[in-house]
Every structure is written in C-alpha cells, then in structure tokens.
Design a protein around this ligand. Structure first.
Ligand code: UP5
Ligand code: MG
Length: 190
C-alpha cells in the first residue's frame, strides 16, 4: 500500500457470530471500509477466475483457502477503496494467515474485535439465514466450527496475549451488540 499509514481492525468470531452484520453498522457510523475475506472469495468464484473451483471446494468443506490467495484479494480491495481505515472481517483464520499478512503487508492491527457466541446460537442463525451459501448446511457448519476452534481461536489467543482483543458478547440481539461495539469505536481515533 505504498507506505501509506493505514488502520486495520480484524473482526473475528465463529461462523454466524454476526461479523458481517456488525461491520455494516460500523461502516455507517465510523467511516471504515468493510472487507469480508469470505465475500471476496465468493466474488472470486463468481468472476470465473482460475482459482474459482479450488476456492469453491475449500469453502464447501469449511477449509481455509491458501493465504496468498486471500491476502492478494484483501490488498487489491484495500488499494481500490482509497480509504485508510479497514475492517477486515473473517481473516486471519489461522496462524499462517496471520503471520503471512503481517509479513506481506507490514500491517499490524490496531485491535481485534472478537464476537463471542455459543455454537448452539451460531448454528441456529446459520441454518436460518437462507442466502443460498454452499456452506450453510449442517455437515459443513460442523466442519466450520471445528476449524474455528482448532485454527482460528489460537489467533485470537495470540492477539489476546498482546492485549489487543476487545471481546463482545455476541449472543445478544443485534442492536444490543452494536451498543457494545459503539463503546469501543467511539474511543478509537486512528
Ligand atoms: N444475526 C447476526 N447477528 C445476530 C444477533 N445478534 N442476533 C440474532 N441474529 C443475528 O450473521 C449470520 C446470521 O445471523 C444472519 O442471518 C444475521 O442476520 C443473523 P452474519 O453477520 O452473516 O455472521 P458472520 O459472523 O458474518 O457469519 P459468516 O457465516 O459470514 O461467518 P464465517 O466466518 O463462517 O464465513 P466467512 O464468509 O467469513 O467465510 C466462509 C468460508 O470462506 C470459510 O469457512 C472458509 O472456507 C473461507 N475463508 C477462507 O478460507 N479464508 C478467509 O480468510 C475467509 C474465509
Ligand atoms: Mg460474514
């Protein structure tokens, strides 16, 4: 990003914890650009890119796409936005994602917003979503939960050890979760 100083907040949490929903709210109030890694990967499938079939297969199995692919999409989206404040939603998902992003972009996040929610509640939300996502079926949802616990939670624990995690109770209704999110962003001026 040409040495420009950018502010990045990683928005993490299990499948269906409400990352996308709350990012939409944050964008409206605080001038960030929302980059959902999952949305960028799904757009890549639709575009008919040479990686499309591989990405589609990974998403269907709840597996983590190679970090080169995801990081490239994130970097392009950051450049194209013209903004300098980003919510990166659903990335990094494992230790390798995290280390590669820092190495390739030189960006360290300002903080990590962690939406904490029970699997029971997340499962209910995902099964009720009905947006035709290939991964919103019970078999894939169980795989996504397993990958989250085994690979993604350690990333959150790493940032927690640096004092960078702001944990939110994401089991509450959408508007109440946003009240808690606002407290965090209102005191943050990059
Ligand atoms: N909802 C939201 N908040 C609610 C609340 N407080 N109370 C009641 N209902 C609430 O919300 C999910 C549903 O719940 C919606 O219907 C919403 O209205 C309702 P949403 O905001 O969409 O939750 P979100 O956390 O964004 O869920 P999502 O399914 O997008 O999370 P995932 O992390 O599973 O999905 P993502 O798109 O990030 O990744 C999908 C796949 O892509 C991964 O499994 C992986 O295969 C691949 N991927 C990578 O390989 N690498 C990456 O870096 C990113 C993704
Ligand atoms: Mg999402």
């Amino acid at each position: 990003l040409g040495g420009k100083k950018v502010a990045v907040v990683f928005v993490l949490g299990g499948p269906g914890s409400g990352k996308g929903t709350q990012c939409t709210n944050i964008v409206e109030h605080y001038g960030f650009s929302h980059l959902s890694a999952g949305d960028l990967l799904r757009a890549e499938i639709k575009s008919g890119s040479e990686n499309g079939t591989m990405i589609q297969n990974m998403i269907k199995e709840g597996k983590i796409v190679p970090s080169e692919v995801t990081i490239k999409l994130l970097q392009t989206a950051m450049l194209e936005s013209g903004n300098d404040k980003f919510l990166i939603d659903g990335f990094p998902r494992n230790e390798e994602n995290r280390a590669a992003f820092e190495r390739v972009t030189g960006i360290v996040p300002e903080f990590v917003l962690f939406f904490d929610c029970s699997e029971e509640e997340m499962e209910r939300r995902l099964l009720g979503r009905n947006e035709g996502r290939v991964d919103d079926n019970i078999e894939t949802i169980r795989k996504r939960f397993k990958v989250f616990v085994e690979s993604s939670l350690p990333v959150i624990e790493y940032y927690d050890s640096l004092g960078k995690v702001k944990k939110i109770d994401a089991a509450k209704p959408i508007s109440e979760v946003f009240e808690d999110v606002k407290v965090i962003f209102s005191s943050f001026a990059p």
